[in-house]
Design a protein around this ligand. Structure first.
Ligand code: ZN
Length: 296
């Protein structure tokens, strides 16, 4: 009897501990998929609507935090994952969250993520360079890259990051952006929650919600996602991973192939065989960030 009581109590304690477990959420925020964004005018410091778009991006992150909190999330790390990595307005974030800013950083758009997180959320994401639809569709760099493939398959930033998170055992549970990326991500990653804040007409046009309406849609999606947290599986690629990168220009492929670990697969493309997604991500960070003229 005594043993039974003890094990019953232990079970009770374990299940209480399980339910009380703090939910730690990672939010990676890009900008192309933020409400109202259609062109360069919203996407960088020289654009006439950039300051407003920073507010919208920040409010979208806050909406995701509100929704996730309502479903039980307690801890947040946010990664500013667009352009200069200094878009989100730090002063507007609650004091119990932390923010990853600027580059370079290991794991890129997932910088700061580790095994301790329970879920990852994407805000403001956009379609890949291989998708014919979507506002500002590109993968990692519209200026320099034409494709990134993992094991022969073209991937979006969303899938690349999901595989990175998956390696760390963290499932991606929600994405916001235009209708095209929500469709692409739910097709490629699985049944994650989507928040559509605009409908793409073309690369530079969309029918968009108003900011306030977008925040509501994002808050609701984040709440739904964290509520059904137990249903998600990490997106995992196992074994060696073939990373292929195609460049807009010719010379990057030519010069990278000087390295014995890099193989040139065609005039504009290289292949690197990574031991896992962390290695794959490091290779992509290197390719996108290294130049000998860097200073300081
Ligand atoms: Zn992006």
């Amino acid at each position: 009897m005594k043993i039974h009581t003890a094990s019953f109590l232990a079970l009770l304690f374990l299940s209480a501990a399980h339910h009380a477990k703090a939910q730690k959420i990672y939010i990676s925020a890009d900008m192309e998929g933020v409400v109202g964004v259609v062109t360069d005018a919203q996407l960088g410091p020289s654009g006439f609507e950039y300051q407003q778009t920073r507010e919208h991006m920040t409010e979208e992150v806050l909406a995701a935090i509100r929704g996730a909190r309502a479903a039980g999330a307690t801890e947040f790390l946010i990664a500013d994952s667009h352009g200069n990595g200094q878009n989100l307005l730090l002063d507007k974030l609650p004091k119990d969250v932390q923010l990853v800013r600027s580059w370079p950083r290991a794991l890129g758009m997932m910088g700061g993520l580790d095994e301790s997180f329970d879920a990852a959320i994407y805000i403001g994401y956009h379609t890949s360079t291989s998708n014919p639809r979507g506002v500002r569709a590109h993968t990692m760099s519209s200026a320099t890259l034409t494709d990134i493939r993992l094991n022969g398959k073209s991937v979006s930033e969303a899938v690349f990051c999901a595989a990175t998170a998956g390696h760390l055992g963290v499932p991606v549970v929600m994405i916001s952006g235009d209708d095209a990326i929500v469709e692409e991500a739910t097709r490629d990653i699985g049944d994650i929650e989507g928040a559509v804040v605009k409908w793409a007409n073309s690369f530079h046009s969309a029918r968009t919600l108003t900011p306030e309406a977008a925040y509501d849609v994002i808050e609701a999606a984040a709440q739904r996602a964290i509520k059904r947290l137990d249903e998600f599986e990490p997106y995992r690629l196992s074994g060696d991973i073939e990373v292929e990168i195609s460049f807009k220009n010719y010379r990057q492929a030519e010069i990278l192939a000087y390295l014995s670990v890099v193989e040139r697969v065609d005039s504009h493309s290289v292949r690197y065989v990574a031991s896992d997604m962390i290695d794959a991500s490091m290779f992509v960070q290197f390719v996108n960030n290294y130049e000998p003229g860097l200073s300081p």
